[in-house]
Design a protein. Structure first.
Length: 198
């Protein structure tokens, strides 16, 4: 009887871990109403509905890869302060989405403030972020400052938030931009195995 209960408890534990992983992947869905495994057509249809430009890249060394970049001619993506969104597809299925934030009209300080606001929003929605790196380099009169943070609720499924500021010391100007990357490496690995076949 004791062995039966232990086996039952073991399988119940495995089941709960699996459910937890599925829920974590569901919680970390990409934005814009997209889901892991969506086809490029869904993103293209969304872009068409909002009259946005679409650029499709086909990397020569990765024939199963498609990269779609969507951006407005001017201004932001609908209902955001983002300048572009970029989806990566393997075998026609979405596994990574990057939202790029840039604004030629905004000062570097304003962009850093927007970055801070997005970081707080991401932490409220997904939990604490871990610091990846913070560094400052100076080369040829250009100062580059970068900082990045990530959250990985399940191994292979993560958010990465990265900020870059470039200061031109000669012209006394600064530019800043940042990106929020949603990436599902687990799904990408599954797709890679499927494409390789048995």
């Amino acid at each position: 009887m004791g062995g039966h209960l232990r086996r039952l408890a073991f399988f119940a534990g495995i089941f709960l871990l699996a459910v937890g992983e599925i829920q974590a992947q569901a919680v970390l869905e990409p934005p814009f109403g997209l889901h892991w495994g969506d086809s490029p057509e869904k993103l293209i249809t969304w872009a068409s509905r909002h009259s946005l430009d679409v650029t499709i890249s086909l990397p020569g060394d990765q024939p199963a890869m498609r990269v779609l970049k969507i951006e407005p001619r001017k201004g932001f993506l609908p209902e955001t302060q983002a300048g572009a969104v970029e989806g990566r597809f393997l075998g026609g299925k979405l596994y990574e989405l990057t939202v790029h934030y840039f604004d030629p009209e905004a000062t570097s300080d304003l962009m850093e403030s927007r970055f801070g606001a997005l970081k707080k929003q991401v932490m409220l929605e997904h939990g604490p972020l871990l610091t990846n790196q913070e560094q400052r380099t100076v080369e040829d009169q250009f100062v580059t400052r970068t900082q990045s943070f990530h959250r990985e609720p399940v191994k292979g499924l993560f958010l990465l938030l990265a900020f870059t500021e470039v200061e031109d010391l000669l012209r006394k100007s600064k530019e800043a931009r940042f990106s929020l990357i949603y990436r599902n490496d687990n799904f990408r690995n599954e797709l890679s195995k499927e494409l390789k076949g048995p």
